[in-house]
Design a protein around this ligand. Structure first.
Ligand code: NAP
Length: 926
């Protein structure tokens, strides 16, 4: 095998693992002229493909794509025999690669690393192996894989069984003859689903113990896809490039079709095509919104369940095999060959562990609640301590003896999934926080290896010897990883992606779901920005550009990209009339916001003519009057109307349980300062006087507004205080304009590129107020008397030019004793928090606003008139507003139009609102 003849005392780099990532890492490091030593506890190369030898083990990414792409000659030299190669063939491939590049001479097999310790004095790692040798190295690289440490079966009595015991992840090299045996298989993940049909062929009786039914589609294995081969043949480089810059690591055009709006015929057609194709990325791309919208996901899941019911003859077994309780794709879906058909065989039986849990493994079989089974062999297909297990189990100690296990006790923390602070020169390939298991692994592996190789080369050229991420950069990336996951349905499942399969493991979403392309871009940007977030030291000096590479919420970034691609003219280049028309056209394409109990339009008398209003009443109990919130829309005093903020008002109403009355006001330039402020105050006075008729609770009145609407809302509070009424319980100011000073740092940082620009803000001010008036407290309320204002909730968004004035207002209010709740809209722009139904990450901020609103109002018993209120019209007094009972509902065309816009976001993972209050998690049966 041409292994190394002796163990070196010192090398530049030690790599652990000789699978796909370790082999390529060795190849690349050698190219750099570095000395490398690779250790692997296996007897040969192969990594996961060395160990996972169970019957039926195959890759489930097409082999055209599940292969190295770094050397075109290698690609020419190897031909896969099938669409999905078997484990032996993949192992042969890796052996072929090792031999072709002479890699074995730097690999020690059957060598376990027992510990790794950073020596700060020497700036070296000290690696100790099971053979008692110590190797010192500058860089230590874990190429240990994501699914390599088997989970110990958390089942009572596993050591009691006297028969044969097998683990799919450690299948005997000589194979296992199960002919004529009574066999149990525990576990129905990918390993179970692949092996069960083959085990059934040998066993005289096969009993499958299933805790969670899994989604699986037929692999339709056979020759490699003619289409993919053609594309590769015609333009290999183009194909590989497309894979590297794709979402999942396989060239694929993401669909724009939304499950919720597609016709039955289109849904069926897309689903059947994906079923026939037999590719994971195909079934994950049936609908653009399936990963984010529960309704869309349900449509797809039900079509898969239908298939299962059509294959499995016994209805009871079919029902048991039909996955319920988790959304499709939130646990890793499987590809199978005859899996469901296997249950039609007379000697195969399925036991549902939800109904009949395992009590214990016994000497001769398995005892479940109410039934004992006798077996000759038990196969555990119970999975892995995924992603973090192989790393924290490796006894790694960084600076000051800090162990990785201790550092990651509450969950992994890594910058780009590549490095972790406190562990200099320690790299992880496909570590937590990188796309890895959510992607075609080979593409992700090559990207990681290439990045590390480039990093070491750059360090050498610039005279650096150590590299380590900063705490800030690392926590920023961790946050981004969680933000990306949070807009999808994936964190709702008890999956190994969440660490939920291992008892006691912290629940954290482990991989990066933002996409291979987005991830690659982030890694490239880090390098481009002088290794942002890394500290490097050495003879070349000490260099650290600290910072966070992705601070924006992922769905907000998508919206910005989308808007940029639309190429709309900047509002400040238009006339007010054209700007209003553009705003109206954009508003017409949005998702409509949630349904509420009732929406009525009317008019109220303003100081200079009628002011239109729209009243939103929440659905559901309790019946009777509600606290009342008078809301003012945004739009720089120039734009906007009742429609422009309609989804936001619905959302506030539904979340807070308050009635919301959105009142329009006179706009500039037709009516300049202080017209808007005067109208707003009149509206609040009127709402207070007519609270009962509006279904409000007298004395429970708050004001709210966004942007310029927040400006007039808080000016109203100042006016009400001065006029000694009406009594206002609280004010919600979302990204408010409270000053005309445009020199604060947030203007410098965010004045360009985030929709509300400095130029646009100037345009608004110019239309609204003369320069001489802009310092007046009714234009710049920050400059007014703030004493005695009501409790305040201010939302300040990170990427808003108005951020700092919002914060300044909060501080100024606090200074005079006003209770203030300052809500930071992390990663948001001036507009994104209000984008109901499009920007999912805004939902938690709006939930906080609703909570603030509820806190404003004292808990009160419904008043006597409550019952009558529920019957519109009964309570109408002379002069009270007309209740029109015009309920605005989400209409078909409106949804469809919105979908066109939203699908762009959706296909990248956004679109549907989801937060704990909205989509209660499934009731788990476990
Ligand atoms: P897995 O997906 O974690 O499945 C483990 C199975 O064992 C699940 O059905 C699990 O039930 C069950 N289980 C675990 N502990 C149990 C217990 N104490 N009692 C009863 N049932 C128990 O593991 P895997 O099948 O080995 O697959 C892991 C991953 O490896 C896959 O998702 C895939 O990414 C990769 N893989 C890929 C391939 C391929 O490319 N072809 C093949 C195999 C594996 P619950 O779901 O209820 O936890």
């Amino acid at each position: 095998m041409n292994e190394p003849s002796s163990v070196p005392e010192q090398v530049d780099v030690v790599v652990v693992g000789a699978g796909f990532s370790g082999l390529y890492m060795l190849y690349r490091l050698r190219q750099l002229g570095l000395s490398v030593y690779v250790l692997d506890s296996a007897g040969d190369v192969g990594g996961t493909w060395y160990w996972n030898r169970y019957p039926g083990a195959r890759c489930d990414v097409p082999t055209t794509d599940y292969a190295y792409s770094f050397d075109p000659e290698l690609e020419k030299a190897w031909t896969w025999s099938e669409k999905y190669a078997t484990q032996p063939e993949i192992l042969d491939y890796l052996r072929f690669v090792a031999d072709r590049y002479g890699l074995r001479s730097d690999i020690e097999f059957s060598a376990t690393v027992t510990s790794a310790r950073w020596d700060e004095q020497e700036k070296r790692w000290r690696i100790t192996t099971g053979h008692g040798t110590e190797i010192r190295c500058r860089y230590y690289i874990m190429a240990t894989g994501c699914l390599s440490l088997p989970k110990s079966p958390d089942i009572e009595g596993t050591d009691r069984f006297a028969g044969q015991v097998y683990f799919t992840s450690r299948w005997p090299h000589e194979g296992a003859d199960l002919t004529g045996q009574r066999v149990a298989v525990i576990g129905t993940g990918s390993s179970g689903i692949q092996s069960i049909p083959l085990i059934a062929r040998q066993a005289s009786q096969l009993t499958v113990f299933q805790r969670t039914a899994n989604f699986s589609i037929p692999a339709h294995n056979g020759p490699a896809s003619a289409d993919r081969l053609k594309q590769l043949g015609e333009d290999r480089d183009g194909y590989r490039h497309a894979a590297r810059w794709s979402r999942g690591g396989i060239p694929m055009e993401p669909t724009d079709v939304l499950g919720v709006t597609a016709s039955q015929a289109v849904r069926r057609e897309r689903f059947e095509a994906a079923w026939e194709l037999g590719e994971l990325f195909g079934i994950l791309n049936v609908f653009a919104d399936q990963a984010v919208n529960p309704a869309s996901n349900d449509i797809l899941a039900e079509m898969i369940r239908e298939k299962i019911r059509s294959i499995v003859k016994d209805p009871e077994t079919a029902e048991m095999l039909s996955p319920k309780g988790h959304y499709f794709g939130t646990k890793r879906p499987c590809l199978d060959t005859g899996y469901f058909e296997t249950y039609n065989m007379p000697h195969v039986r399925l036991v549902d562990l939800r109904k009949q849990p395992i009590v214990s493994i016994t000497e001769d079989g398995i005892e479940t609640a109410g039934q004992s089974f006798g077996f000759d062999a038990i196969v555990y297909a119970t999975g892995f301590d995924a992603m973090t297990g192989p790393l924290v189990g490796a006894n790694v100690a960084g600076r000051d003896g800090l162990s990785l296990k201790a550092k990651w006790e509450a969950g992994p923390s890594a910058y780009l999934g590549l490095m972790t602070a406190g562990f200099p020169n320690f790299f992880m390939l496909t570590g937590p926080g990188s796309p890895s298991v959510l992607s075609n692994m080979t593409v992700s592996i090559e990207q990681h290896v290439d990045w590390v190789a480039r990093c070491l080369k750059d360090m050498r050229e610039e005279g650096f010897e150590t590299i380590e991420p900063t705490a800030l950069a690392e926590s920023g990336w961790n946050q981004h990883v969680q933000d990306c996951a949070a807009i999808t349905l994936l964190p709702t499942a008890d999956s190994w992606y969440m660490g939920a399969n291992v008892p006691g493991k912290p629940r954290v979403f482990l991989p990066y779901i933002g996409g291979v392309d987005a991830y690659r871009q982030a890694c490239d940007d880090v390098v481009e920005q002088g290794y942002l977030g890394f500290r490097m030291t050495g003879p070349g000096g000490d260099r650290c550009r600290d910072g966070i590479i992705r601070r924006m919420q992922p769905d907000v970034a998508m919206v910005l990209e989308f808007l940029a691609a639309m190429g709309l003219p900047p509002l400040d280049t238009l006339s007010p009339a054209d700007a209003r028309a553009l705003m109206a056209a954009t508003a017409a394409t949005r998702p409509p916001g949630p349904e509420v109990g009732e929406v009525t339009d009317g008019v109220i008398p303003g100081p200079s003519g009628d002011l239109p209003y729209r009243l939103y009443r929440p659905a559901g109990p309790p019946e009777g009057p509600r606290p009342l919130v008078v809301y003012f829309h945004g739009g720089g005093w120039v734009l906007g109307n009742l429609d422009s903020d309609d989804p936001l008002c619905r959302d506030l109403c539904e979340r807070s349980g308050a009635a919301v009355i959105s009142v329009n006001y006179r706009h500039a330039p037709e009516a300049r300062f202080p017209a808007a402020a005067l109208d707003a105050f009149a509206a609040v006075q009127w709402a207070d006087a007519n609270a009962v008729e509006l279904g409000g609770i007298p004395g429970q009145l708050a004001v709210a507004g966004w942007s310029a609407g927040a400006n007039i809302a808080t000016v109203t509070c100042q006016q009400a205080r001065d006029a000694r009424g009406p009594h206002i319980c609280g004010q919600v100011l979302i990204c408010p304009v409270v000053d005309s000073d445009m020199t604060r740092p947030s203007y410098q940082e965010n004045g360009d590129g985030y929709i509300l620009t400095t130029t646009l803000m100037r345009w608004f001010w110019d239309h609204y107020a003369d320069p001489a008036d802009r310092g007046h407290p009714r234009a710049a309320p920050l400059r007014g008397d703030l004493q005695g204002l009501p409790s305040t909730c201010i939302v300040a968004a990170d990427f808003d030019p108005l951020r700092d004035e919002g914060v300044a207002y909060a501080r100024a209010l606090e200074a005079v004793g006003v209770p203030v709740r300052l809500t930071r809209a992390r990663g948001h722009t001036h507009t994104s928090v209000t984008m109901v139904g499009t920007v999912i990450s805004g939902a938690p901020v709006r939930a906080e606003i609703a909570e603030a609103l509820r806190d404003f109002f004292p808990a009160a018993e419904p008043l006597e008139h409550g019952r009558s209120w529920a019957m519109p019209g009964r309570m109408k007094r002379p002069g009270a507003p007309e209740r029109q009972n015009r309920t605005l509902r989400a209409t078909g065309p409106r949804v469809v139009t919105a979908a066109v816009v939203a699908s762009r976001y959706a296909r990248q993972g956004a679109f549907h609102e989801r937060d704990p209050g909205r989509n209660p998690p499934f009731v788990r049966e476990k």
